[in-house]
Design a protein around this ligand. Structure first.
Ligand code: TIU
Length: 222
């Protein structure tokens, strides 16, 4: 594949497939299926499930194009020693580490913590386990990207205003160019979805670009 550009707002983003990675943020049962952390916080998971189909299309296009694909999962050690006490106290009906219908909420190794079958990683795709909202904090993501000579990130996943934009901000400060396909990210709150996306591309792409699944798929297939 030759270098080309993603159709995006506020302007097109040139990219080279050899230095571009897809980062799929936290498409875990705990956030997108009933009974997990998202629902425990009082949210309706149906709001974020619309991202699954477009994410499948972008994931398939990335695999076909042969670009690097990385998945992240938010969660904690079984003994919760890597979970800040302040994070443990926050939630709704159920808290991190407590039993739920898909195992202990947001605990590594539990069914709810794992990635949904529709977007499951295949061999060769790194999975980054992260204790925080941002994918760079206390993980080896930066090292993986640097070793892969990656400069551009296509960032998908949930939720738009929490783990997606936290990661995009972290990546932007580290010199990566981030593009977010708007239909591949989901929020439990429609107004947060709208404004989180507007913030990314405001002020001449202050910390990233916004696009859509179709434009990403078309550019990767070009
Ligand atoms: N609550 C919420 O919107 N999100 C999170 O807690 N984690 C992620 O976004 N992955």
């Amino acid at each position: 594949m030759k270098p080309t550009a993603f159709k995006a707002e506020p302007f097109a983003l040139p990219f080279d497939p050899a230095t571009t990675a897809l980062v799929m943020i936290d498409m875990q049962r705990d956030f997108v299926e009933p009974g997990g952390f998202g629902e425990a916080l009082g949210n309706d998971v149906n709001f974020v499930r619309s991202a699954i189909g477009p994410c499948q299309k972008v994931l398939a296009a990335a695999r076909t194009a042969g670009i690097m694909v990385i998945h992240t999962r938010e969660g904690h050690r079984a003994d919760l020693t890597d979970c800040p006490p302040a994070k443990l106290t926050r939630g709704g009906k159920t808290f991190i580490g407590e039993p739920g219908p898909m195992g202990r909420i947001l605990v590594r190794g539990e069914k709810g913590h794992d990635i949904i079958p529709e977007l499951y990683p295949i061999a060769g795709e790194p999975v980054i386990d992260k204790p925080g909202k941002g994918a760079f904090y206390q993980t080896d993501l930066q090292l993986v990207l640097q070793n892969g000579n990656i400069k551009t990130l296509i960032v998908c996943g949930v939720t738009t205003e929490v783990c997606v934009t936290t990661t995009v901000r972290e990546a932007n400060d580290r010199g990566f160019e981030c593009i977010v396909p708007q239909d591949c990210v989901g929020s439990y709150f429609p107004e947060f979805q709208k404004y989180a996306l507007e913030m990314i591309k405001a002020q001449g792409a202050i910390f990233g670009w916004v696009s859509d699944a179709r434009s990403i798929v078309d550019a990767l297939a070009a």
